[in-house]
Design a protein around this ligand. Sequence first.
Ligand SMILES: [Zn+2]
Length: 213
Amino acid sequence: MELCCPGWSWRKLCAVKDKLKQGYCGDWWLTHGGIYIIKAGYTWLGTSHNNVNWNPFVWNRLSPPKHCFIGWLVVHGRLLIRDRLHKMHICEDIACCICGNQDESHAHLFFECAYSRECLSLINASLKINVPTGNVVQWWLKLRMRSILRKQMIGAVIQALVYRLWDMHNKCRVEGVLMRPSNLILLVQQDIRLRLQGLNSCRKISGLYKAWI
Ligand SMILES: [Zn+2]
């Protein structure tokens, strides 16, 4: 009988199982506070992980979950962008499928590409902010604003832009279509408006930001 090599997911599950087994076999749970609960198990498994400072940016309550998820993949550099696909021997061409001028990477797409830079400059102009083309998360973390809600909204706008750029990139790659930057910004505005309406937070936003959505 031919034996198959186990996949990555299965190997990871087995590794977690072996680690949890230590907790049970050595009565670790009993000697450290009693019965097993999921929270304690999660903390126990995650003790070797370093804390990250991008949590408030990625897991922003004003961002819809799908935006947070794409933002989380971006901070880990895990989107299936052409430079990664090339390393996996999945694609030969690594030129950006939007501009075609440079290699496609996370840094290029967010926001060195001429197309994404133009989208970002439209956001900057309309909200009177100055989001840079690199180190966006660090820029946001250092941003000092009187209103926490406004700061959260700026973070959500950037994350919505990242989501829409990724969506546009995929459409461009598959269908060969590219939307005007101004139309893409309309989608970003719509995403933020719907999210704020869903959270009933529209009335708390005022001035320029309210007018924008
Ligand atoms: Zn490009």
